[in-house]
Design a binder for this molecule. Sequence first.
Ligand code: FPP
Length: 251
Amino acid sequence: MSYFEQIDKEKLPSHVAIIMDGNGRWAKSHGQERIFGHFNGVEAVRASLKAATRAGIPYLTLYAFSTENWNRPKEEVEALMNLLVETIINEIDELDRNGVRLCAIGDTDQLPDACRTQLFRGIERTRSNAKVSLILALNYSARWEIVNAVKTIGRSGISEEKIDADLVSNSLTTRDFPDPELLIRTSGEHRVSNFLLWQIAYTELYFTDTLWPDFNEEEFYKAVVDFQHRERRFGKTSEQISPSAQTDKVR
Ligand code: FPP
């Protein structure tokens, strides 16, 4: 039975976030330059979006460029930015046709002009689509986002006793989206790398050795099926979650 067939439609995560990793290693294993891996990574982006749409998952966030990625060789940064611009130009018609709403989180003001222009054109054009939100994390880092939220709250002059978790959540760039329920990282690395640190407080983490360009639809469904077998307790006991459970599993 395929992983798609194993998915329980009643227990879908509402939001899947992905740290796309391993493009450079994939390229090297094919005897090519790193950017060849990024080019092929676009196919995996397409596959994941298709999988999320087909399964009925309404939010998909992809870590496309972190604030730390500026430290990569200049040619690689330029190539990544060009790839982003070209991908938006090439894909926007199909995204729109398929009911995809393009969104972005991160410090987008610092992106190159061409990138911002295409990104905001795409966001504007797909603004009223409702099937799936594709959220690109661009020039994003969670610490940048949290520092910004703290500054916003400080500037607002709100009294200390009114500051709570909801206020912080609503001051983040992700305020319009639910927290991810599943975070996937490819390429065998077991880190969260400054991604959505506030939002993943109760998120299930899924790590796979598959390098990003090889991550296909079935791999996505496999992660969803794995998620559906987890017991999500949010700090409670097994018995509170499912009264018939006899044993209290280790947290
Ligand atoms: C990580 O692999 C990948 C990135 C930093 C960039 C991801 C970009 C894409 C998949 C292409 C464009 C994306 C969109 C949304 C159009 P790595 O280079 O860190 O790989 P390594 O760890 O093997 O070196």
